[in-house]
Design a protein around this ligand. Structure first.
Ligand SMILES: Cc1ncc(COP(=O)(O)O)c(C=O)c1O
Length: 391
């Protein structure tokens, strides 16, 4: 039985009436740029996240860029971000004219490693961008303490973590800014590109709102240089139909993750990433020599929303593993095959840099289908294929 990585048609079919109604409401309003749909969506997001300001934008990438622009990051500044992430995290820093400084990750939760961050702080450092990769937050208490100690801004890249929480607080609402993506594969997946920027700071919010419309205030007067970072009203109307279902989507993903975890742990050589660490008695490291497959671990203080279910396949077998599943019709994906400090476009600014955990993750990680509408039979098919690979 083929198992897709993602099937958006299943989710949308179950919402057909609500989506049709939202679409025609927005069409009939004749209001396509900003306006009531956008304002209501922003209020609903702010309420969901428990944050003062939610500013809808054109993409998750633009949310990060807008955050950087709002605090005036530019040439001469350094911004620390993890190397093992999607390109946008660092690409936005470079687009402001500032320099991305890459740090390593925690091999267990994939978040930026606070100890490594601190080593890379220089007098030019203005901000850090923790990325809540795969739907689980970084170690935010340690990162917040660092930001206070060194007077740094925090822009949370919560693109993959809308609805996740850390010690009861929503991911993205802890730092100065949180940036979310509604790219269709996200837990709250949109209908094209869209994103959201949030902040509890009134001054940051006002600057971001002005920069979102070309730095224009009042109309056709430009105290700042911004750009067009607006979300379409049609998009907001459709996302409003989905937002109330987000907790159920996240709960289904968690159920799928729990199924994988209990079934896959039965396979000889499989270990929870954290168990492997404990077995090695080395704290948060995953260098257990006996593990063949490490399963993702949800840290006790985190509410993980499982945007991805990412395994580590040890012993150089990741690509063979993927091909084996592919031959059985099971789709997988590699997020991400090359860490950012090794990307060609950053060669000039990075030079020689070794970030061992990021490099290992890029060589070992593979993500399984985890979307909420997967059936039990499909999940079982994935498990059976993985068991077959290891026997
Ligand atoms: C970690 C991370 N940051 C930023 C982005 C950028 O979001 P978007 O694709 O909406 O521009 C993504 C989306 O894929 C992401 O996963």
């Amino acid at each position: 039985m083929p198992v897709p990585l993602l099937d958006l048609k299943r989710q949308n079919a179950s919402l057909k009436n609500d989506l049709d109604a939202a679409w025609s409401r927005a069409l009939q309003s004749g209001h396509f740029i900003l306006g009531p749909e956008i304002e209501t969506f922003e209020k609903e997001c702010a309420q969901f996240l428990g944050v003062r300001h939610a500013i809808s934008v054109s993409s998750g990438t633009d949310a990060i860029l807008l955050a950087l622009m709002s605090i005036g990051i530019g040439p001469g500044d350094e911004v620390i971000c993890p190397s093992f992430t999607f390109f946008a995290t660092a690409g936005c820093v470079a687009r402001t004219g500032a320099t991305p400084v890459f740090c390593d990750i925690c091999p267990v939760c994939f978040g930026m490693d606070p100890t490594d961050v601190e080593k890379r702080i220089s007098p030019a450092t203005r901000a850090i961008i923790p990325v809540h990769l795969f739907g689980q937050t970084c170690e935010m208490d340690k990162l917040s303490a660092l930001s206070r100690k060194h007077d740094l801004h925090i822009i949370e890249d919560a693109a993959q973590a809308f609805g996740a929480s850390y010690r009861g607080t929503q991911a993205g609402t802890i730092g100065d800014f949180g940036a979310y993506s509604f790219f269709p594969s996200k837990n709250l997946g949109g209908f094209g590109d869209a994103g959201l920027l949030v902040t509890n700071n009134d001054v940051h919010a006002e600057r971001a709102r002005v920069l979102r419309v070309h730095g224009m205030k009042p109309k056709y007067f430009h105290p700042m240089i911004g750009a067009n970072f607006r979300m379409d009203a049609l998009q907001a109307a459709l996302l409003r139909a989905k937002l109330p279902h987000l907790p159920a989507y996240c709960a289904n993903r968690k159920k799928n993750a729990d199924f994988y975890l209990s079934e896959l742990l039965e396979i000889p050589g499989a270990a929870l990433n954290a168990d492997a660490c404990l077995a090695c008695n080395c704290g948060f490291s995953n260098d257990c020599p006996d593990a063949r497959m490490l399963l993702p671990f949800s840290l006790p203080d985190n509410d993980h929303i499982w945007n991805q279910f990412t395994l580590r396949i040890k012993g150089g077998k990741r690509d063979a593993f993927r091909e084996f599943l592919q031959a059985r019709g099971i789709a997988t994906e590699i997020y991400y095959p090359l860490p950012l400090h090794q990307q060609e476009c950053f060669a000039d600014i990075v030079g020689q840099l070794s970030l061992p955990h990021s490099e290992t993750a890029a060589a070992e990680c593979v993500s399984l289908p985890i979307f909420p509408e997967l059936t039990r039979d499909e999940l079982a098919e994935v498990v059976a294929a993985i068991r077959a690979f290891f026997t």
